[in-house]
Design a protein around this ligand. Structure first.
Ligand SMILES: C[S@@+](CC[C@H](N)C(=O)[O-])C[C@H]1O[C@@H](n2cnc3c(N)ncnc32)[C@H](O)[C@@H]1O
Length: 229
């Protein structure tokens, strides 16, 4: 499958279960909810949720690579993120993490947790190699389909139609889709958000913006919730 997927320069970087819980308002999630994490990357959400007994699958083109390779890619991301954060400190708030150093520690702990789970999890089928907008799952296979730090964030990489195609695919395989954040890499509201919402509404979906209890990019405190009308 190698070569089929284009990562472009979307960087692998990993958040943890506590962060996902805040991004997507998951505090009262039922244990039997079937969850898919799209563009799950090296996040520890799937590993941590599986340990707690939840039913989570993660899908990402990154999973075509071996754990060592992914660790190398994350190390390169870490350098870029550290430099980027230092250069644009005014665009971030550290109420959640405390400081740049603690933020880095949280990220690296999440990635280690993912890497520890990756090979066994891949054999067990919870890490699946594929790319939006073409996912290898049957219609309605999941109750909740999440996407963290890919859609809207990479607004310069993905056009409006591609966003709509990705979210329609998330809604083909799931009952509800949630996307966070809704800002782009510059920390500006994604220019795709309003047209994507209109196009989804025209295609029979309800697409609402909901404030959540998390902010790292200044103003990045909302998720998009999509359900069928
Ligand atoms: C910034 S990481 C986010 C990882 C994780 N969701 C998180 O928030 O910690 C972005 C991820 O998007 C993945 N990606 C790139 N193109 C993709 C596509 N077409 N479909 C699904 N994932 C993709 C990358 O491989 C990378 O792991």
């Amino acid at each position: 499958m190698a070569g089929e997927f284009k990562l472009e320069d979307v960087l692998p970087w990993g958040r943890n279960k506590a962060e996902y819980t805040a991004f997507f308002d998951l505090a009262s999630l039922a244990l039997d909810t079937r969850i898919l994490d799209c563009a799950g990357g090296p996040a520890s959400f799937t590993a941590e949720m599986t340990e707690k007994g939840y039913r989570v699958t993660s899908v990402d083109p990154l999973y075509q690579f071996a754990a060592d390779d992914i660790a190398g890619q994350v190390a390169a991301t870490r350098e870029k993120m550290q430099a980027g954060l230092c250069a644009a400190l005014h665009r971030f708030v550290f109420t959640w993490h405390g400081s740049i150093k603690q933020h880095d520690q949280v990220r690296m702990a999440a990635v280690r947790r993912f890497l520890d789970d990756f090979e066994a999890g891949k054999r067990a089928g919870r890490y699946r190699t594929a790319a939006l907008p073409d996912l290898p799952f049957t219609d309605d296979a999941f109750d909740l389909v999440l996407c963290s730090h890919f859609l809207f964030l990479y607004s310069d990489h993905l056009d409006t139609d591609h966003h709509v195609a990705c979210i329609e695919e998330m809604m083909r395989i799931g009952t509800e889709a949630r996307v966070f954040p809704l800002l782009d890499l510059e920390g500006e509201p994604s220019r795709h958000l309003d047209p994507v919402r209109s196009m989804l509404e025209a295609r029979g979906f309800e697409a609402t913006v909901q404030r959540v209890d998390y902010e790292f990019q200044k103003g990045g405190h909302s998720m998009l919730r999509v359900i069928a009308r």
